[in-house]
Design a binder for this molecule. Structure first.
Ligand code: ZN
Length: 369
């Protein structure tokens, strides 16, 4: 595609803005591919990626065109834009599976297709891998070695080939979500595997590396945050996140989850960790009110950033839980987060029903309105 045609194609997909950190639009260069495209061909959406070095977005109109970057010529006037919402996604996150397992690639592929269809104006970003240094702020070195050992961790958490790299990419996506949030943008990490059950030394509950904790420590130690809050509304208690951040006075962790349920923790609050165990089949309004209360407790902590373990398995028809939330409740969570006025970095955790795309879309639309 010529540069002229590309510029025309991009018209109407850019939202000029003056109140957010600004970046220059650059055009794709097919001869310098360094990131892969990530769209189903039939949707032919705009493909967008962010080049950290150039601090610039790059577009391609065709899924067949490899994304690359080139510097804007110095005599070209910069074009400024601000995407409505960025989805951080890499199709390689769909490359591992086990036939019996509910944490399956279709969770992402269905959502990708649906979001592309409903929101062709949303930008898409390919994540990087988390570095070893970033991961070792949270996990023990022996844990990384264990991820390379081809032995199942437990019946829920099988070994998959290259699972270490998949988990590093999900953690890298969470970090990218933080970096964009702190630049005044909104980005959702649509990746797998999930992470909030993983402790510093153990993979469990479909989780291998604790992406939300890795992103939180990146925010604290690299990105200049003094305090961060973590909201976990996945139907399961984020036991790994709690274990990692407990006692850290720069982090407040709030979790609203079904109890009794896997993993059986999160029955009481302690120190910087606040838990709201919700009995199975509780009225949805009671559950949602607990989420609102938890978010209030985060806001009063005055965090520089709110990370969100966004799990959608408290949905009434989720096959793994016995909760009663509907899409409108996840939309409320998104709206309440927006109304805090704080930078927010949400990442996908659980959610196993076939309506997962609708639930994610409801949450993101309300958050980004
Ligand atoms: Zn869950």
């Amino acid at each position: 595609m010529s540069e002229f045609r590309l510029e025309r194609a991009n018209k109407g997909r850019e939202r000029r803005c003056t109140d957010a950190p600004q970046v220059d639009t650059v055009l794709p260069s097919a001869d310098t591919p360094n990131r892969r495209t990530a769209f189903p061909r039939h949707l032919n959406p705009l493909v967008c990626a962010f080049d950290r070095k150039a601090r610039a977005y790059c577009f391609s109109q065709s899924p067949r065109t490899p994304i690359g970057f080139h510097e804007r010529r110095h005599d070209e006037p910069p074009t400024r834009f601000c995407p409505m919402l960025t989805i951080i996604f890499d199709e390689s996150a769909t490359a591992f599976s086990a036939d019996y397992h509910p944490e399956r690639p279709a969770r992402l592929t269905m959502t990708q297709t649906y979001l592309c269809d409903q929101h062709p104006d949303w930008a898409w970003l390919l994540p990087r891998l988390a570095s070893e240094e970033e991961v070792l702020r949270v996990h023990r070195p022996e844990h990384l070695e264990r991820l390379r050992l081809p032995v199942d961790f437990d019946p829920d958490t099988p070994f998959y080939p290259e699972i270490e790299e998949h988990a590093l990419r999900a953690a890298g996506a969470a970090i990218e979500s933080v970096d964009l949030a702190l630049r005044g943008q909104q980005a959702f990490s649509l990746m797998r595997p999930p992470g909030h059950h993983a402790t510093s030394t153990r993979a469990m509950g479909f989780c291998y590396l604790n992406s939300i904790a890795i992103a939180a420590f990146h925010a604290l130690e690299e990105a200049g945050c003094e305090r961060v809050g973590i909201l976990d509304f996945d139907a399961h208690h984020g036991n790994g996140t709690e274990a990692i951040v407990f006692g850290n006075n720069r982090v407040r962790f709030v979790s609203i989850h079904q109890h009794p349920c896997y993993p059986g923790t999160g029955t009481a609050s302690r120190g910087n960790v606040l838990n709201w165990p919700i009995p199975p089949r509780s009225p949805a309004e009671r559950h949602a009110a607990a989420v609102h209360q938890a978010l209030d407790r985060l806001v009063e902590f005055r965090p520089d950033l709110v990370l969100v373990s966004a799990g959608f398995d408290a949905y009434v028809r989720d096959p793994l839980t016995e909760m009663t939330l509907e899409a409108e409740h996840f939309a409320s969570f998104g709206r309440w987060l927006r109304e805090t006025g704080l930078p927010v970095a949400p990442i996908l955790e659980g959610g196993y029903s076939n309506e997962l795309p609708i639930l994610i879309e409801a949450f993101l639309t309300a958050w980004s309105d």
